[in-house]
Design a protein around this ligand. Structure first.
Ligand code: 48F
Length: 259
């Protein structure tokens, strides 16, 4: 029986990897913006692969604030919560609270159930950059990177890459560190995240969601950081709106390139 268990797991996992060596979209980072983007794209039948460096996707959503695992959202995202079957309670000033565990697990479930391929424990360490376009990512096991082991990576190819890595905006950072590129951002270059201002940060993370370099989109906290906007703390409506906006823009870009 042990042989059969191991064989079944190996076959399934390698089938999944092989099927995702070339995809429409690679999402780096399984926080709220990346997960909801994956769920929305997969629902449209767009071949989507999500790479999460940690064991479990969910990013900063599990922990609420200071480990108080409730999060806050604005009234405008209630239709999204309804679509994902996430319950909410009214607070004050048009704000609502959501159980962080229910919300995070709902996003993960919908992304996986709708057909996005989720790989965990694997980190993006570089991008594929050819003919002035990002065309995929370079990956390795997170423990290999953490232990500093001298092991070469593998590459995954895609039409589009989404940087949903949150505060460190790791995809944009590695692209700009290694290549002399001009970004579609104020000042043509990557900025840095400013201090807490919930209203400004929530607005900016949606506003700056988009394609900042051919083939490379940003969402969520990464969109805030690279555009020089503020962090916003444990309010998550902007993250969900950003992920949904990223999915709409990516879908439009893919259908445009098929014409
Ligand atoms: O930070 P994160 O939750 O991203 P987000 O969707 O949401 C931000 C909020 O959680 C919070 C906030 C809310 O108001 O301010 O911070 O922008 O999730 C990012 C995910 O990306 C993974 C990381 O482990 C986390 O789960 N990640 C980061 N770098 C890499 C990565 C990498 N190089 N490769 C793979 N995954």
């Amino acid at each position: 029986m042990e042989y059969t268990i191991s064989k079944a797991i190996c076959e399934r996992w390698f089938d999944k990897l092989q099927a995702n060596l070339r995809t429409d979209v690679i999402i780096v980072g399984g926080g709220p913006s990346g997960l909801i983007c994956a769920a929305e794209l997969a629902r449209e039948g767009i071949k989507t692969c999500l790479i999460e460096g940690k064991l479990a996707p969910g990013g900063g959503m599990w922990g609420g604030a200071m480990l108080f695992n409730s999060i806050v959202v604005q009234a405008e995202v209630l239709p999204i919560l309804d679509r994902y079957g996430i319950k909410y309670l009214q607070a004050e000033q048009g704000l609502y609270t959501v159980d962080a565990v229910e919300a995070t697990s709902a996003l993960i479930y919908q992304a996986a159930h709708r057909g996005a391929a989720i790989f965990s424990g694997i980190s993006m360490e570089d991008v594929l950059h050819k003919d002035e376009r990002v065309s995929g990512v370079v990956i390795n096991w997170t423990p290999v990177s953490k232990l500093g082991m001298h092991v070469d990576p593998l590459s995954l190819c895609s039409s589009i890459v989404l940087d949903a890595t949150g505060h460190p905006s790791e995809v944009v950072s590695v692209l700009t560190r290694k290549n002399p590129v001009k970004l579609n951002l104020p000042g043509d270059t990557m900025s840095y995240e400013r201090s807490m201002n919930a209203e400004a940060g929530e607005k900016a993370c949606v506003e700056y969601t988009g394609e900042i370099y051919p083939g490379l989109f940003v969402s969520g906290m990464a969109a805030c950081g690279v555009s020089g906007s503020n962090r916003m703390g444990p309010i998550f409506g902007g993250m969900l709106l950003s992920g949904v906006k990223a999915a709409m823009m990516i879908s439009a870009s893919l259908s445009g390139s098929l014409k």
